[in-house]
Design a protein around this ligand. Structure first.
Ligand code: TEU
Ligand code: CA
Length: 544
């Protein structure tokens, strides 16, 4: 017999994935176990105690599949093979078993908006116009419209047959044709393959892009710089996600989180309202876009804008929807450089403050590897220092063409590049990522900023996660911003039944007077803080 759902005093159905804290591993950069310079699955096993010690419940593993790595694994050649550089299927099974033995769960990346152009389906599909897999991808005998790739350039490429295929990302990432039922069945099969091994769910890459408007209208003028808001609104996305849920996901006790690039807050409930049976959660991009201008380039952000995002998110999602909380991942800069202060004086305090924010918000928190060490952005000054195709393409299109001076390009990339987060993890003052030559340089500051010097930040994460696990109010509690207009202080209450917690965060290096309770905080990043808030002071009070 099924046990009845447990409901919180404010009406949420309790679920393990709502109460979980997730830690993202980008395997290429985590830890290299065999000296070839590339992080691997055995490396994750070797460092599992580090993850477990934080108290997290779930690991999200970025793609570990066979891939030619045009986009570092987000271009998959074979969904049922482990990338040789990461190890073998036996290593994957060993990793999964070790994660379970440690009392944690594992979700993997499902990248099925597109495959690699080296996937067997595409090799067949492009081989001739009448191949049985032709319709697995999106072909046209002319260039249908002016859509652009998220990575720059046109989204259509003409192939050998003379026809054009659609790729919303790199030409090496052709988009699958989800209108073909055989494609959907093949995707569901590969999902079952991993679920039957025991994985606990999926993070779904750009999942709202799967359905295309086959009338292919041109991009509207106002969305030319942000075509994701067009691509995410295809006609059948909800039909397909509902079908996937019904046929696959509902048969397992798993969690799903969709990367909702191009989905507005207002449209979020359509994907995650539990009564619609599509996805459990999505990553909504509003918070990580507070420092992006209308052209997508970096622009200074204000705390009040960030607060407004959390308030709007809370207002947009009722008790049938569940949010995620994240301020970083493998596509974003380092959290402390972006939202904190990475100067030597404030790096540690501000990293702890940001951890406090993420771990006391309503929604499932996602921590990105290395943020618990206080890792920072890198100061890039030459295009040869970058790895990411997005940056390399932008250089070609914007700088080599003379549109942008190199200094402005580097200033922007030093704020926003995806490569900051993809640098190998410095485990020790000697680097400690590999005994060989790393596939990508470590941040040159690794002697000072590494896992050992980051121990204080790590311990703070562990304290906060333990507090969250012990206080359902931090998970499910109602959210109330008590000072939405304050320019430096973010202060909010989380209330569930009789329990209320007050979180006060000074997002500045100045001492700020703020009305705080007289009692001692239950967790703080300063010893016994009372009185005015010190720089980057972060306090949690229990009010009952
Ligand atoms: O990301 C979607 C995506 O478009 C982002 O990379 C976005 O461009 C970036 O966050 C800037 O705002 C997913 C993966 O997370 C990313 O790593 C892949 O490159 C991309 O899809 C294609 O699979
Ligand atoms: Ca390796």
């Amino acid at each position: 017999m099924q046990t009845p759902d447990e409901i919180t005093p404010n009406g949420y159905v309790r679920r393990w994935w709502k109460e979980a804290v997730v830690y993202q591993v980008y395997p290429r950069s985590f830890y290299d176990s065999n000296g070839d310079g590339i992080g691997d699955l055995r490396g994750i096993i070797a460092k599992l105690d580090h993850i477990k010690g934080l108290g997290v419940d779930v690991i999200w593993l970025s793609p570990h599949f066979d891939s030619p790595n045009a986009d570092n694994g987000y271009d998959i050649r074979d969904y049922r093979r482990v990338g040789t550089e990461f190890g073998t299927m036996a290593d994957f099974d060993a990793l999964l078993a070790a994660i379970k033995a440690a009392g944690m769960r594992l979700i993997i990346d499902l990248v099925v908006n597109h495959t690699s152009d080296e996937h067997a389906w595409f090799a067949e599909s492009r081989s001739s116009r009448d191949n049985s897999k032709r319709d697995y991808y999106i072909w046209s005998d002319h260039k249908p419209n002016d859509w652009t790739s998220i990575f720059g350039g046109p989204a259509w490429t003409q192939d050998k047959s003379g026809d054009w295929y659609l790729h919303l990302f790199d030409p090496k990432q052709p988009d699958l044709n989800w209108d073909n039922p055989a494609v959907r069945q093949d995707v569901y099969d590969l999902m079952r393959f991993w679920l039957d091994k025991g994985v606990d769910g999926f993070r779904m890459d750009v999942i709202p892009f799967i359905s295309k408007d086959k009338t292919f209208p041109d991009l509207p003028e106002d969305l030319r710089a942000k075509p994701q808001y067009v691509y995410a609104n295809g006609p059948h996305v909800h039909d397909y996600l509902h079908e996937m849920n019904r046929d696959v996901l509902s048969q397992y006790d798993v969690m799903t989180v969709g990367e909702a690039f191009g989905v507005t807050l207002a449209d979020t409930p359509k994907l995650v309202d539990e009564r619609r049976q599509e996805l459990d959660m999505i990553f909504q991009f509003a918070a990580v876009e507070v420092d992006r201008g209308p052209d997508g380039r970096w622009t200074p952000w204000r705390l009040t804008d960030l607060k407004a995002v959390f308030a709007r998110q809370d207002a947009a999602l009722d008790r049938h929807c569940w949010p995620t909380v994240f301020l970083s991942n493998h596509d974003n800069p380092r959290i402390v450089s972006r939202f904190g202060d990475d100067s030597p004086q404030w790096r540690e305090k501000s990293a702890m403050l940001l951890a406090t924010l993420i771990l006391t918000m309503k929604g499932t928190p996602f921590i990105y590897q290395g943020d618990e060490m206080g890792l920072t952005n890198c100061a890039f000054s030459d295009i040869s220092q970058f790895n990411d195709l997005w940056t390399v393409n932008a250089w070609r299109e914007e700088v080599e063409s003379g549109q942008w001076p190199p200094e402005a390009f580097f200033a922007n990339q030093n704020k926003l590049s995806r490569d900051h987060a993809r640098m190998p993890i410095p485990w020790t003052a000697d680097g400690g990522f590999t005994t060989g030559t790393p596939w990508f340089a470590l941040n040159p500051n690794f002697a000072e900023i590494n896992a050992t010097t980051g121990q204080g930040i790590y311990d703070h994460y562990a304290r906060l996660i333990a507090l969250r696990h012990a206080n359902p109010a931090l998970v499910y509690g109602d959210y109330e911003d008590i000072a939405p207009d304050h320019p430096q202080v973010f202060a909010y209450r989380r209330t569930l039944g009789d329990t209320s917690l007050l979180i006060i965060l000074n997002f500045s290096s100045n001492t700020v007077a703020f009305d705080c309770p007289a009692q001692a905080p239950v967790v703080t990043n300063y010893d016994g803080s009372t009185g005015a808030l010190a720089g980057w002071d972060a306090r949690i009070y229990r009010l009952d």
